[in-house]
Design a binder for this molecule. Structure first.
Ligand code: MLT
Length: 261
């Protein structure tokens, strides 16, 4: 379905029925990241899968902030009729957006799944690299960002076909969406102070070979979030839900069944 947010048209897929689970993809990906998980869960859960503004099939804006992406999620949930709290699952930038969503809409979060993400903000050198990438994408389009990302995204077991598929998806993101997201990530606040505030059931999951947000940052989040559980998945990189769909699906299903029997 299409949802209008302040004049911007966002794409959102909704599948299944039961307790609501909101899935938030990373940069510069799309809701397709969650296809295997949704196939597995939609017999028991209502899966809500938006494409973030300026990625996948959602229209972009010249600029965006983490606050904008978080507010978009609130509008999406209203539009699909989920006014009560949901389980929120985010990967990488999706996790950055969920920290902001948690700060703004605490009452709408029933549980959190933080996959291949981090709470810490950018170091100055990462910010500088993002500015270089913004300039390159403005000149040459989204494929520059896609090519820079592709080597870091996957663990050693990922097939050539999977890498090719995601290179195409990332290259197809509107360049305005890619540059806006790069700036939003560079400007995002440090979410480490938020970790101690998290008082909902939380699952942290990461691929053992994640080169973008490595297991170490997940161990730190695990220590800082009261009662959280941590899963490190062997063989996977940053794209855990599509690299090891069986393992990720099983972990997610177990967490949901434990908290929402
Ligand atoms: C992502 O996967 O969402 C991004 O690579 C995260 C980042 O660049 O910080």
């Amino acid at each position: 379905m299409k949802i209008k947010v302040a004049g911007v048209e966002l794409h959102c897929d909704v599948a299944g029925s039961g307790p609501a689970v909101l899935f938030v993809h990373g940069f510069p990906l799309s809701g397709r990241l969650w296809e295997p998980a949704v196939r597995r869960l939609s017999s028991a859960y209502r899966c809500i899968v938006p494409d973030l503004r300026g990625m996948g099939r959602s229209r972009g804006t010249a600029t965006a902030t983490m606050q904008d992406y978080a507010e978009d999620l609130a509008v999406v949930l209203d539009a699909v009729g989920e006014t009560g709290p949901v389980v929120a699952v985010g990967l990488s930038m999706g996790g950055y957006v969920l920290f902001e969503f948690f700060r703004r809409h605490r009452g709408r979060v029933r549980a959190l799944v933080l996959a291949d993400t981090q709470a810490v903000d950018d170091k100055p050198e990462t910010r500088a690299k993002r500015q270089e990438m913004i300039a390159a994408v403005r000149q040459r389009g989204s494929s520059v960002a896609a090519e820079a990302m592709i080597e870091k995204l996957f663990g050693p077991d990922a097939s050539a076909g999977l890498r090719r598929e995601w290179l195409e998806i990332m290259s197809a993101s509107p360049s305005v969406g890619v540059t806006a997201a790069l700036q939003a990530m560079a400007d995002r606040p440090d979410s480490r102070p938020t970790l101690a505030e998290i008082d909902v059931p939380t699952l942290i999951a990461v691929g053992e070979h994640d080169a973008i947000t490595p297991p170490g940052v997940h161990r730190e989040m695990h220590e800082a979030i009261r009662g959280a559980s941590l899963e490190i998945v062997p063989g996977a990189g940053h794209m855990l839900p599509v690299e090891k769909p069986e393992a990720f699906g099983e972990i997610l299903e177990r967490f949901l069944a434990e908290h929402f029997p």
